[in-house]
Design a binder for this molecule. Structure first.
Ligand SMILES: Cc1cc2nc3c(=O)[nH]c(=O)nc-3n(C[C@H](O)[C@H](O)[C@H](O)COP(=O)(O)OP(=O)(O)OC[C@H]3O[C@@H](n4cnc5c(N)ncnc54)[C@H](O)[C@@H]3O)c2cc1C
Length: 258
């Protein structure tokens, strides 16, 4: 201290600069540490347990088409998040028509930016065991869920471009990822989605996908493919459309004329 005071002003200035530099480094380190802690805490506030099933109340059920519906489940509080990373899914437990327990994986179409709830889009097959459970579920009832489960955990920017091939309900994991990428301004990944279905009405989340395609034309492109086409129009148009579809490889039983 004495030496410091006896030194000429230029040395004092050096010491001051050193002091400021040390403080800046410490402050930066503290900031990084606290930010990481906050990030870890963010992961921890998720509502799921990977080993135990937890019950979530069905608050809204919206029919999408003849065999698919959107299910919204409430989280414990209005500020809770589910806590899934893009690429992760959940396991749901229910009862089949014989009263036997059945467990199946599902991918929520919501992200952690959707607070207080999560949503599933589910296709219910006539003979499906878990399909039976979802078909019978009514608002106010509870669904047992555990997770998160992952085979693939997306890291923003891990690829410059992603190609996606989805069929039917295979759209849900893609949709989760598409949202995570497009809603993150720092993630510049471009996505090309080829989405196949039997008929037009089977296309799930079409409105949302089209909205993303129009809002992010440089980042997201979607192409729908149908395996069955319904035609209806004046005879000349029907004839012309049939010729085009035949050329594209649509056999007679893949086309229906009203
Ligand atoms: C990671 C992952 C995520 C998934 N996410 C979703 C999701 O978000 N939404 C969703 O609806 N499904 C999703 N699935 C599929 C889901 O897990 C079930 O397989 C599906 O709901 C059928 O289960 P089930 O018990 O009703 O049918 P099951 O009892 O297993 O099958 C009975 C019959 O149903 C029919 N069937 C079953 N699955 C299919 C199929 N995929 N294609 C054609 N016919 C079928 C067949 O006729 C079959 O013989 C996901 C699957 C995986 C692996």
């Amino acid at each position: 201290m004495w030496t410091f005071l006896q030194n000429p002003p230029v040395n004092k200035l050096d010491a001051l600069i050193a002091l400021v530099a040390v403080s800046a480094v410490s402050a930066t380190a503290a900031y990084i540490y606290l930010k990481k802690k906050a990030k870890d805490a963010y992961v921890l506030v998720g509502c799921l347990d990977p080993t135990t099933f937890k019950d979530f109340k069905l608050v809204k059920r919206t029919q999408i088409n003849h065999n698919s519906a959107r299910f919204r489940f409430a989280l414990p509080t209005s500020t809770s998040i589910l806590g899934l990373h893009a690429g992760q899914f959940i396991r749901c437990r229910g009862m089949d028509r014989e009263g036997k327990e059945v467990i199946r994986p599902y991918t929520p179409i919501t992200l952690n930016s959707d607070v207080g709830y999560f949503e599933l889009v589910v296709k219910m097959y006539p003979l499906g065991r878990m399909s039976h459970h979802f078909r019978e579920m009514r608002e106010g009832e509870y669904l047992a869920v555990k997770g998160p489960i992952d085979r693939f955990k997306y890291k923003p920017g891990q690829a410059r471009s992603l190609g996606m091939l989805a069929g039917g309900t295979g759209i849900t994991p893609m949709f989760q990822l598409i949202r995570a990428i497009l809603e993150n301004p720092k993630d510049k990944t471009t996505i090309h989605l080829l989405y196949a279905n039997h008929t037009f009405v089977d296309i799930l989340l079409k409105e949302e996908l089209d909205w993303f395609a129009s809002k992010f034309p440089n980042h997201f492109k979607v192409c729908y493919v149908l395996s069955q086409i319904l035609r209806c129009g004046p005879p000349e148009m029907n004839k012309a459309m049939a010729a085009h579809l035949n050329e594209l490889g649509y056999t007679k039983d893949m086309q229906f004329e009203f």
